[in-house]
Design a protein around this ligand. Structure first.
Ligand SMILES: [Zn+2]
Length: 666
């Protein structure tokens, strides 16, 4: 049983997880000591469970206050983000379409081509072949992720080969769908849905179907493939019929088995086609027992499987956007608030052993319960949610969260050169990174990984009526073709503690450029316009607005001075992590005892091999700079005056050795 299946069992039996988490944990959550909470709207707090009555869909679009520029209009320039994009693009280009289609063809009874799939018998691990003896129940999920990622590679990089391969896959999958009757499309038989219906043991069939539907939606909406829309409508029709035949009570029981973002893709389809049928089908995936407490601002997440539930909140956010139903907004708002403040490690990651094992605010306690910290899918999905919430209310603090998570959790969890990715980013002191293999892993996180690293140009720049927002300091070029306006961001951030933005305009253009002033700055930064220091600036955690008529050659420069600071665990102030600006620092603990077998192809570091002596620190003063000194390379430091001193560098650069992020500091 993999960790994930174990976790899936926990989802079905929350009592089990609660038992695992049973401890001296008090019920009252400690306050967030670091004050990093992104904004939460003062939504209405319902007194009675708001999702109890039957849900009725009434279409009413909510106007968004900001939207990201399409990925086709933003290109990455050389940087750590560009490297991650390259490595992932290389990995995706090495996976042949025939092998990704193999299980679908076998399931549809179609010739599976000259290939037998990866390793001569089908893809490995979670994509083991349909005709093998050890077939897995999640097969097909990665193919869906791959379609989404291919659409993004086409939009974000202009990768025509990625699009051609994905177009071919859509056409071949359409043939499988035809053979299966025109609606259902999967790499496994409908019999698994019979088991779901009878509440017999089955992994997560709707989870997998969602990935394929989302892949089709992205191929249509991002890459313009019309056939993908037809395939998706066929699948949605099947999902609508299947769910419509269940009583509400039975359907709510079915929702105890992981179902991914089924509602989200149906809402997306409903919005794209202006067809209420799909939204009504999406509503059947509203898990009331989960959403009710959230809409009432109650954190009852303890014992739940994390990545089963974040996609449901993304769906709730989407439901609010297409209906204006504030119950869904309130649930999404509160969820983000409670997870990002009380359940998120310093890296931006959440979950432990794939679940939330304690009350909010008990992270030091939770960290000890398992080394399988911070599943990568969870960060991927929390970033997606943060982007949605930001579009309702462009509060720059959402991007403090995104920047933190991108720099410390996502950059670094893709392996240099191979593009292989991680499952968990363990924060247990002494942990090391473990990497998926070329074709023997295909975990959920391999799937969300190819999606993440094919859209790193998304959300750097946003727009509204008045102009644009610069939200991330990533070397890149924005081409706002509608306005004949280009903005080139030139920086080596985070190595360089400043950024510069250079304008090219076909003709003078009036608009507001809003610069995010990150919350980790100590004071309002110096900003220059065309070489002259501006009198105006803005406080950390806000925007600096430059409204003017822009012309070619205009140049904005902003200083981003970093300082060393500490964040401590809410429930144990002696458990501390060190940061330099937005970068989480890790202590390099060497590679003694590490072998390739402990690193390659494993979901996470093995608990019994984790034990090692972790240095403890005595702070020489409240100011970290008094005992943590710069080392010879940029962004590197060294403790001084300790029994055992440690070299510190950004976590995202410690890819091969053991490390520690959290320390005991007295
Ligand atoms: Zn995952």
């Amino acid at each position: 049983m993999t960790r994930r299946t174990f976790a899936a069992a926990l989802t079905a039996a929350p009592a089990l997880a609660q038992q695992a988490a049973q401890s001296s944990t008090p019920q009252q959550a400690p306050a967030d000591p670091n004050g990093v909470a992104p904004g939460m709207r003062g939504g209405t707090i319902a007194a009675t469970p708001p999702f109890q009555p039957p849900i009725e869909f009434i279409r009413a679009g909510v106007p968004l206050k900001a939207r990201p520029f399409p990925m086709t209009q933003v290109r990455l320039l050389p940087s750590i983000f560009h490297d991650a994009q390259d490595w992932n693009q290389g990995y995706m280009s090495r996976l042949p379409a025939d092998k990704l289609l193999y299980n679908f063809r076998v399931n549809a009874g179609l010739p599976a081509g000259s290939t037998k799939g990866f390793e001569g018998g089908g893809q490995g691990n979670w994509e083991r072949p349909a005709d093998g003896t050890r077939a897995t129940e999640l097969r097909g999920h990665f193919t869906g992720h791959f379609l989404s990622a291919s659409a993004q590679l086409w939009a974000g990089v202009g990768d025509k080969d990625a699009k051609a391969k994905a177009d071919e896959m859509v056409a071949e999958l359409a043939k499988c769908q035809d053979k299966l009757g025109g609606g259902y499309l999967s790499a496994f038989p409908t019999e698994w849905f019979d088991r779901l219906d009878k509440r017999e043991r089955v992994w997560a069939p709707f989870y997998t179907i969602h990935k394929i539907m989302a892949g089709m939606f992205d191929m249509y909406s991002i890459a313009g493939n019309q056939q993908a829309l037809q395939v998706l409508e066929g699948m949605a029709g099947w999902a609508d019929s299947w769910t419509a035949s269940k009583s509400e009570e039975h359907m709510q029981d079915i929702l105890n088995t992981e179902f991914g973002g089924m509602a989200e893709v149906l809402y997306n389809l409903s919005a794209a086609t202006n067809n209420d049928r799909w939204a009504k089908a999406g509503d059947r995936f509203t898990k009331k027992v989960f959403l009710n407490p959230l809409a009432m601002h109650r954190d009852e997440l303890r014992g739940l499987h994390t990545n089963t539930h974040i996609p449901q909140v993304i769906a709730a956010a989407r439901r609010y956007e297409i209906s204006g139903d504030t119950r869904f907004r309130d649930a999404a708002d509160f969820f983000f608030y409670t997870v990002s403040t009380g359940r998120t490690y310093v890296t931006g990651g959440t979950s432990n052993g794939e679940g939330w094992l304690t009350q909010p605010g008990y992270l030091a306690h939770e960290l000890k319960l398992s080394p399988a910290t911070a599943e990568c899918c969870c960060s991927y999905n929390m970033l997606k949610l943060a982007r949605r919430l930001y579009s309702w209310d462009p509060d720059p603090r959402y991007f403090d969260y995104c920047e933190r998570t991108l720099l410390n959790h996502r950059i670094g969890t893709v392996q240099p050169k191979t593009g292989h990715t991680q499952y968990y980013l363990s924060l247990t002191p002494g942990a090391w990174r473990t990497w998926g293999s070329e074709d023997h892993s295909f975990w959920c996180c391999t799937g969300s990984g190819v999606e993440e690293y094919s859209k790193l140009n998304d959300s750097i720049y946003w727009q509204d009526e008045a102009g644009l927002f610069v939200n991330l300091f990533v070397p890149s070029e924005l081409n706002w073709s509608e306005k004949g306006f280009k903005l080139r961001q030139e920086t080596k951030f985070p190595e360089q503690q400043s950024t510069a933005l250079v304008v090219t305009a076909d003709r003078p253009v009036q608009l507001a450029v809003r610069l995010r002033i990150p919350g980790w700055l100590q004071s309002a930064p110096a900003v220059k316009f065309n070489g002259r220091q501006l009198d105006a600036t803005a406080a950390p955690g806000s925007y600096l607005t430059l409204s003017r008529t822009w012309k070619t050659g205009d140049r904005i420069e902003m200083e981003l001075p970093m300082h060393l600071h500490t964040e401590y665990m809410p429930d144990d102030h002696k458990t501390q992590a060190f940061l330099y600006g937005p970068l989480v620092l890790a202590g390099d603990l060497g590679n003694a005892g590490l072998t390739d077998r402990m690193i390659d192809g494993l979901e996470g570091p093995s608990p019994y091999r984790l034990q090692m002596q972790i240095p403890v620190f005595k702070a020489a003063g409240a100011d970290l700079a008094s005992w943590i000194k710069p080392a010879d390379q940029p962004l590197t430091f060294r403790t001084t005056g300790q029994q055992k001193d440690v070299a510190l560098s950004p976590l995202n650069t410690v890819t091969a050795n053991r490390y520690s992020v959290y320390w005991q500091v007295s």
